[in-house]
Design a protein around this ligand. Structure first.
Ligand code: PAF
Length: 283
């Protein structure tokens, strides 16, 4: 595995592969890798000839009072895990390489961001879109792999690629879960043992919502209140940030559930805010 830290080195590392007609799969991450990231690498290996992973904790997607400074980082461990998983090129740039400070424009995402995490993290998706446009231009991948745990991010990336005609195929990948159903996340390490036990209820609350839809319920409000009710009954340490039922990937509120639908939740614990969702097709 090649480890590169500059745009020039990255382009150099991919030049020969591109000349030989190899397809490039890209897995953008902020590091502190877990099985969820490694499943994206597996999918990338199945799909593309060369797998590039970026590890970059992107400052522009964190709000002023968020956890940019304390976001978990362990590059040596990440390097080992990426190599074991079969990454070919690991791009680990310093902030100054991606943001040299001479930007002349600002990216603003104007749809799909006034709900869910976008609502409680204003500007977050502007930062995500900014860094992804940069990374897509740097890597120029044929395929890009994103976990559906961040389903709003996948919806924004789908819109970004379509709106800017970026020549990359988005590959959304299923959420990887712990044995008890908790969605894998770099932030899970910040849960204390009692919070970790409670966190299983995000998945269970979502499953209760899915079961209701599967049994024929079509009123968004009823499903939303059932999911909220489950969380309220079981959370002592965590606080609900949001529970919502929306169209997917448009992320619009509809009274009646119809077509592809997302049930999404976010819960704040003392040192970690967890998100999870389920997407169901309703006909
Ligand atoms: O999902 C993430 O880890 C980040 O939002 C991403 C896509 C790497 C952009 O910084």
């Amino acid at each position: 595995m090649k480890v590169v830290t500059t745009v020039e080195e990255l382009r150099g590392a991919l030049k020969e592969e591109r000349r030989r007609g190899k397809s490039i799969g890209f897995v953008p991450t902020m590091g502190y890798l877990h099985a969820g990231h490694l499943s994206l690498v597996n999918k990338a290996k199945e799909t593309a000839d060369v797998v590039v992973m970026s590890i970059f904790v992107n400052p522009t997607q964190f709000g002023p009072n968020e956890d940019y400074e304390s976001y978990p980082r362990d590059f040596e461990r990440d390097r080992r895990l990426a190599e074991e998983a079969g990454v070919d090129v690991l791009f680990h740039p310093p902030v100054s390489e991606i943001y040299p400070g001479d930007e002349i424009l600002r990216i603003e995402v104007t749809r799909r961001v006034d709900v869910l995490c976008g609502k409680s993290r204003p500007g977050h998706f502007d930062g995500v879109a900014t860094v992804l446009i940069k990374l897509f231009n740097i890597v120029q991948p044929d395929y890009a792999f994103f976990g559906l745990k961040d389903a709003q991010q996948v919806a924004v990336v789908e819109g970004l690629i379509r709106t800017l005609h970026i020549p990359v195929q988005l590959v959304p990948c299923e959420t990887v879960r712990e044995e008890d159903g908790l969605a894998m996340s770099s932030r899970n390490v910040r849960l204390n043992p009692d919070e970790r036990k409670e966190a299983v209820h995000l998945n269970q609350a979502l499953d209760a919502g899915v079961r209701l839809i599967e049994s024929g319920e079509r009123a968004s409000a009823v499903v939303r209140e059932a999911v909220r009710g489950h969380l309220e009954r079981h959370l002592r340490l965590g606080e609900i940030d949001y529970v919502d039922v929306l169209t997917y990937p448009g992320l619009e509120a509809k009274e009646t559930i119809d077509g592809r639908t997302i049930i999404a939740v976010a819960v704040r614990f003392k040192n970690a805010r967890l998100i999870d969702n389920k997407i169901v097709d309703v006909h």
